[in-house]
Design a protein around this ligand. Sequence first.
Ligand code: PMP
Length: 318
Amino acid sequence: MAKNQQTPDDRPGFAIMNGRLMPYADAKISIMAPGLTFAVTIFEGLRGYWNAERGELYIFRLAAHLERMTFGMTLMELDNPPSADDFTYQILEVTRANDIREDCYIRLQAYVDDWGDMTATGPVGSSVICRSRPRVAAFQTGKHFGVASWRRNRDDASPPRIKATANYLNSRLAGLEARNNGHGGAIILNQDGSVAEGPGGCIFLRRGERLITPSVTDGILESVTRDTLIQLARASGRSVEERKVGRTELYPADEMFYCGTGQEITPMLSVDGKPVGSGAPGPVTRELQNDYDALVRGKASLAPGLGEGWLTPVWGNS
Ligand code: PMP
């Protein structure tokens, strides 16, 4: 099997397509759908977390993900796409149909289906899948990163703020380059040479007492995990700066980590072969990982009000 290819075992039994639950294998779209031919597709990725003591699965920050999805579908002018309520219902239905009682990943998609040109706004198709997805190994081990030679797509060209599949051409090129150079991940710079993000996650640095992350106007997706970590860090008294980060700031950082729904918080061990700090996952990274894990599983209330409304129970056991 080719490297990085998923095994068929990751595939769920059931999917929802156009609002209807069906066997995953039957959920198919037209070969001439503008969602495919011109990448007219908006998507979301969410995680569900299993709490074994309560026998409960919690979907993390559903409202924030649906808000971003709705924004993307509106900007792409999709005709009459599913509402946030429709997607909420479908996420619960597909998760229950697949009997998910472990950590999982949910993907929502809305696209122009059937046949049409690049400005077609309908008919809009949609899909929801949920599959089991354990924590990635790099959460513990960390990964080595390299700065990509590909630059981030600009906000006035192919805006990174919308989670459109089209933006992942840029991410893919950076990711392939990183892999071909023997790195575990890529850091993508903006057209002005400042740091944007990685192919599928945002970047934080620690310099002394300060946590620093590129701002939402620096060519990044408005990441839910990034926002969660900023709130978490500030609630525990840490200072977080959201601002432009120059490339050379990466090298004197005491710690760095990469974050996103899928990889959660991945320690960044080196950049371009230069160790970050000691070259091992740092103490603040580890502390944030622990707090994040407690938060997403509903195991601890870390600060008054923090995380209120962030967990949507699937099984009704909590
Ligand atoms: N940037 C990009 C380009 C991404 O694909 C992702 C993953 N969704 C992120 C950042 C992280 O966003 P989030 O924390 O909302 O998953």
